[in-house]
Design a protein around this ligand. Structure first.
Ligand SMILES: Nc1ncnc2c1ncn2[C@@H]1O[C@H](COP(=O)(O)OP(=O)(O)OP(=O)(O)O)[C@@H](O)[C@H]1O
Ligand SMILES: [Mg+2]
Length: 550
């Protein structure tokens, strides 16, 4: 029988033995580490890992936040983070909330040392967020480094499906989530705006926050639907473009009078597709080389916009002709003057061929998923090469306000779907040319006391004024045309009279000539009968000599 005091003694002994064994092991290990050659140590480590791997059937993949020089966050890590924040954070119990970089909202993600599971086609995988702290390196700017990493664990029998399919799925979905959450940017190359930027690039940017959407855009509903469909199809056609061997980009030409919503539509496009906007000021680009550099620095998922392409540069050789013509629209004039001044100041040497290269040269294919949008008030003045299909694939005309477009604006501005005054507006709008910008301005309440009726009356008044103005213009035009016609008729009558007089003169001359000849013939006949008189003989001598000379 064991004595009760024996047990603790055995325990103590056991612990002592264990402690001393551990101490000896550590001592031996320290000796090995110190004196054992590096190659031998690596050999032990390698084989110990192999033996463990033989019994441990799981594979682990790490995704480190900073790879290599630690300056740039790893793309893979960010993609995994975004993927897990959307997919697995629901099952995680410890979450952290951060204002994501370039993100509009709080991003929830699993906290450190948290483990979540994910299921992919029936295969179970585990994700763990961990961190390792490495001691400060000598001569390093970074004192102590916390290195965060995600660790993916899965059974080795699923190696193929995980490494080939699952990882691809995680990265592509993660990237998509990041794009969805990111803050979009509006870039410009204009030297006038130097917005702060952390690195020196050709573009400066601010956060793009335009509220325009296709829903609030006033235009024919069928046309709107067609444009939305076109844009959505484009954004999903990566594989299709690759299949047909075409760079993944599409050109849109938006044309129409000022104030018909061209710029608004660009903002709506960017909001629909979640794209950035690069507002390219051509007059500020020095030459074709700079234009190419600007293009290379644009990212994918973006819209490159050149506004008022017709007055950006002397691209068509028609600029002089155009500036000779007097434009009625003051808006256009001021635009042209501003662009001209800018051009003279900077002396842009961008040529039409440079611009064509920009749109569909070899460089334009890099990056992919890009829209190029030109706007103009005069599509007919552009060089056909610039806007041919293939370069500007879709031509969209934005024109004066229709009743359908008005209804959208009434809904936006006054929250009205129907109103008794709509009938009058429908009739008037069919008879007048008014831009959506003018309609919008009239529908906007000017004071807190203005109600829908007041705004609609103000619009009716504007429509009537526009109608009157148009009628006056039409009358003046007609009068001018009538005057021109009258002048033309008078001119024609004058010409006819002159022609008649000329014809009469010619006829008279012909008659005189004939009479002369007849006279001469008669005289000759008289000589033959009576013999020539002295004068006749002299005259015939003169005639013969003249003939010989000629
Ligand atoms: N189709 C439209 N739908 C909704 N709002 C519009 C529309 N067209 C114009 N507007 C309103 O009018 C204003 C001017 O429109 P916008 O700047 O888009 O015209 P634009 O066609 O680009 O003119 P410009 O040729 O002078 O550049 C916008 O702020 C917008 O509120
Ligand atoms: Mg515009």
């Amino acid at each position: 029988m064991k004595s009760p005091i024996m047990f603790p003694a055995t325990m103590t002994e056991m612990f002592t033995t264990m402690g001393s064994t551990l101490a000896s092991f550590m001592f031996v290990w320290a000796i090995i580490r110190q004196y054992c050659p590096y190659e031998l140590r690596r050999f032990f480590e390698k084989y110990s890992q192999k033996i463990t791997g033989y019994f441990y059937p799981y594979i682990r993949i790490s995704f480190h936040e900073f790879a290599g020089d630690r300056l740039k966050r790893s793309e893979a890590y960010s993609a995994v983070e975004a993927y897990l924040s959307a997919n697995s954070s629901k099952s995680a119990k410890k979450l952290k909330a951060e204002m994501g970089r370039d993100s509009r909202k709080l991003v929830l993600s699993m906290d450190e040392h948290e483990r979540v599971t994910d299921d992919f086609r029936g295969v179970k995988v585990w994700w763990l967020l961990s961190k390792s702290v490495s001691a400060a390196r000598q001569n390093s700017y970074y004192p102590e480094q916390e290195k965060r990493f995600y660790k993916l664990t899965f059974h080795k029998k699923h190696r193929d499906i995980i490494t080939e399919k699952y990882l691809e799925h995680v990265v592509s979905e993660g990237k998509e989530i990041r794009v969805r959450n990111r803050q979009r940017k509006l870039y410009t190359n204009s030297p006038g705006y130097k917005w702060p930027s952390y690195k020196q690039t050709m573009w400066s940017h601010i956060v793009f926050e335009h509220p325009a959407s296709f829903e609030t855009l006033a235009m024919d509903p069928d046309k709107k639907e067609e444009i939305i469909e076109d844009l959505m199809t484009f954004s999903k056609s990566k594989d299709y473009y690759a299949k047909i061997g075409k760079a993944w980009k599409r050109g849109y030409l938006l044309y129409g009078p000022p104030g018909t919503g061209k710029s608004t539509m660009i903002a709506a496009m960017a909001n629909l597709l979640n794209y950035d906007i690069y507002d390219l000021e051509l007059t500020a680009v020095k030459d074709n080389t700079e234009l190419r550099k600007l293009l290379i620095e644009t990212t994918s998922k973006s819209i490159i916009v050149i506004e008022d392409i017709d007055c950006s540069l002397d691209l068509t050789g028609q600029r002089k002709k155009k500036s000779e013509k007097s434009s009625d629209d003051e808006n256009d004039k001021s635009k042209e003057i501003a662009k001209k001044e800018a051009k003279e100041e900077i002396g842009s040497k961008v040529t039409l061929s440079g611009l064509l290269n920009f749109i569909d040269g070899l460089w334009s294919a890099c990056g992919g998923e890009r829209l190029i949008v030109f706007t103009t008030n005069y599509a007919e003045k552009l060089d056909p090469a610039l806007i041919r299909r293939g370069r500007m694939d879709k031509h969209i005309e934005l024109s004066y306000c229709t009743f359908e477009a008005f209804k959208v604006l009434a809904k936006n501005y006054l929250s009205l779907e129907m109103h008794p005054m709509f009938d009058t507006i429908q009739t008037l709008i069919g008879e007048t040319k008014i831009t959506p910008a003018d309609v919008a301005e009239n529908l906007m309440p000017k004071s807190s006391l203005d109600d829908a009726e007041k705004c609609l009356s103000s619009l009716i008044q504007a429509l009537e004024e526009a109608k009157e103005e148009a009628a006056k213009e039409e009358a003046a035009k007609k009068e001018k045309a009538a005057k021109k016609e009258k002048e033309a008729k008078e001119e024609a009558a004058k010409k006819e009279k002159e022609a008649k007089e000329e014809a009469a003169e010619k006829e008279e001359a012909v008659k005189e000539e004939a009479a002369k000849k007849e006279n001469a013939a008669r005289k000759k006949a008289g000589i033959k009968e009576n013999g020539p008189t002295k004068e006749d003989a002299f005259q015939s001598q003169v005639d013969k000599e003249t003939e010989n000379v000629s």
